[in-house]
Design a protein around this ligand. Structure first.
Ligand SMILES: Cc1cc2nc3c(=O)[nH]c(=O)nc-3n(C[C@H](O)[C@H](O)[C@H](O)COP(=O)(O)OP(=O)(O)OC[C@H]3O[C@@H](n4cnc5c(N)ncnc54)[C@H](O)[C@@H]3O)c2cc1C
Length: 392
C-alpha cells in the first residue's frame, strides 16, 4: 500500500516493533492483514548488534542480504591463556545489520504494511488488548484480533502484560565501536573471557573484512569505560587496534532469562521481548527467527479458527529451543561464580587437551550446552574441585 489510512484499514494483526523478528513474524502470517509499527524513522537503526550469525541462523533468517565476512572459528582468550577453535570450514557469517534488517523488512513488506515513526502501546479493553499508536503527535487506536510484542529487550508490551519483569530476566548492557585500520585475521573472531574487563559476560573483536572490526563488551551497568579499559589494557586488543579509529559507536541491552509465559489474551511476545536469546553468547537472531516463524504459523491457525487461543505458541517454542535456553541459564550461573583464575585454568587445560578436535567436529554455535557439559566432565579432579570451591 502506498499510503496507509489507518482510520480506514482494518488490521487483523498489529506487530509492535519493526526489527528482524517482528518482520519475520509478520511475513509468516498467511492471508491476513498485518501492520508493523516501528518507532524509528528507518528500519535497522540504531545498530545494537555484533552481527555474528551461525550458518543455521542465516538460514532461519531466510538468507538475507548484508553478509560482509565469513569466519572459520574463534580465538578464545582468558587472563593468560588462549585456545583457537576452528578449521577450514566456514562456521559463521558477519552481517551488516542495517542492510540485513532492511532486506528482511522489504521481504515482509510483500505481505505487511509498515508505519514508521509510530510508537505502539497496548491498552487493556473488555476482550483483551488494543493498540494505541502515537504517530507524529497523532493518537490512533486500533483493535486487531492479535497483537505481537516484537519491541525488543525493553518490551513495554511484555511489561504491561505482566509477563516481563526483572525477576524473570536480567538486563545486561553493551557498548560497541566499529573501527577501521585494524590489524587482525579476518577468518577468526576474538572472544575475551577475562573478568578484569567484564565480570558478567565477555568482550569481543569481530572482523568485518577490509581492516574493519566491531569491538564490544557486555556486562552489567555502564560499559563505555570498561570497553575503553579493555582496548587500552588488553595486549591482544592493543596489537589489533594499535592504528585503529572509531567510526561508529553504539550501546544496547541484552535480556537474559526464560519466560514461562509469552502469551496473554490476544497478545504474544517474540524475539528479544520474549528473551529468545542464548544465555551464554547473547545471540538472539537464530532462536528469534525460529520463534517468529512459529508465532506466524500459530497466529494464522488462530485466525483461521483452527485453534481457540494462542497458547500453542508457548508450547512450540519451548519444544524447539526452550530447553537450550534453560540449560544455558544454568551454565551461566556456574560461569558467574567462577573466579577469573579458575576460568584461566580451564582455558589452559583445554589448550593442551585433544578436546579441540572434538570441538571442531561437534561444536554448535546454536546448541552450545552439550559441548560445554562435555568440557566440564573432561576436566581433571583438581580443576573440578576448584570449580566446586568457586561454586559453593
Ligand atoms: C551488543 C549486542 C550484540 C549482539 N550481537 C549479536 C550477534 O552477534 N548475533 C546475534 O544473533 N544476536 C546478537 N545480539 C542480539 C540481537 O541483536 C537481538 O537478539 C535481535 O536484534 C532481536 O531482534 P528483535 O526484532 O527481537 O528486536 P530488535 O532488533 O531490538 O527490534 C525491536 C524493534 O522494536 C522497535 N520498538 C521498540 N518499542 C517500540 C514501540 N513501543 N513501538 C514501536 N516500535 C518499537 C525498536 O525500535 C526496534 O526496531 C546482540 C545484541 C547486543 C545488544
Amino acid at each position: 500500500m502506498l499510503v496507509i489510512n489507518l482510520y480506514k484499514e482494518d488490521y487483523d494483526v498489529v506487530v509492535i516493533g519493526g526489527g528482524p523478528i517482528g518482520c519475520i513474524t509478520g511475513e509468516n502470517i498467511k492471508n491476513y492483514k498485518v501492520l508493523i509499527v516501528e518507532e524509528h524513522q528507518s528500519i535497522g537503526v540504531p545498530l545494537q548488534c555484533a552481527g555474528l550469525i551461525s550458518k543455521r541462523g542465516v538460514k532461519e533468517l531466510g538468507n538475507p542480504k548484508g553478509c560482509i565476512n565469513k569466519v572459520r572459528g574463534a580465538c578464545v582468550y582468558s587472563k593468560n591463556n588462549m585456545i583457537k577453535i576452528g578449521n577450514e570450514e566456514i562456521r559463521a557469517y558477519v552481517f551488516e545489520r542495517k542492510v540485513m534488517d532492511k532486506d528482511i523488512a522489504i521481504r515482509a513488506s510483500k505481505k505487511c504494511d509498515f508505519l514508521l515513526k509510530a510508537y505502539g502501546e497496548i491498552e487493556k479493553c473488555k476482550n483483551g488488548y488494543y493498540v494505541k499508536i502515537n504517530h507524529l503527535g497523532e493518537e490512533i487506536k486500533l483493535h486487531p484480533k492479535v497483537i505481537v510484542g516484537a519491541d525488543g529487550s525493553k518490551s513495554l508490551t511484555g511489561k504491561k502484560l505482566g509477563l516481563v519483569n526483572n525477576k524473570k530476566r536480567e538486563i545486561l548492557s553493551s557498548c560497541q565501536f566499529e573501527m577501521v585500520n585494524a590489524n587482525c585475521d579476518d577468518d577468526f573472531v576474538y572472544v575475551f573471557l577475562d573478568k578484569k574487563y567484564s565480570k558478567n559476560f565477555f568482550a569481543w573483536i569481530i572482523p568485518m573484512g577490509n581492516d574493519r572490526v566491531r569491538v564490544g563488551l557486555v556486562d552489567k551497568g555502564n560499559c563505555y569505560n570498561k570497553l575503553l579499559k579493555f582496548i587500552n589494557e588488553n595486549e591482544v586488543a592493543r596489537e589489533i587496534l594499535e592504528k585503529a579509529t572509531i567510526t561508529e559507536f553504539s550501546t544496547g541491552s541484552l535480556p537474559i532469562g526464560y519466560l514461562d509465559k509469552t502469551v496473554k489474551d490476544n497478545v504474544l511476545l517474540v524475539g528479544d521481548a520474549a528473551c529468545h536469546i542464548k544465555p551464554l553468547s547473547g545471540g538472539g537472531l537464530c532462536f528469534g527467527a525460529i520463534g517468529g516463524k512459529i508465532a506466524g504459523e500459530v497466529i494464522t491457525k488462530y485466525l483461521n479458527g483452527e485453534i481457540e487461543g494462542l497458547e500453542l505458541y508457548d508450547k512450540l517454542w519451548k519444544e524447539s529451543f526452550g530447553k537450550e535456553i534453560k540449560r544455558g541459564l544454568l551454565l551461566r550461573n556456574v560461569f558467574l561464580k567462577l573466579e577469573n583464575d579458575t576460568l584461566d585454568k580451564i582455558i589452559e587445560k583445554l589448550a593442551k587437551s585433544d578436546l579441540i578436535d572434538y570441538i571442531n567436529n561437534y561444536g554448535d554455535m546454536d546448541i552450545q550446552t552439550p559441548l560445554i557439559m562435555k568440557i566440564f566432565k573432561s576436566l581433571s579432579f583438581d580443576l573440578g574441585f576448584r570449580i566446586l570451591k568457586d561454586l559453593f
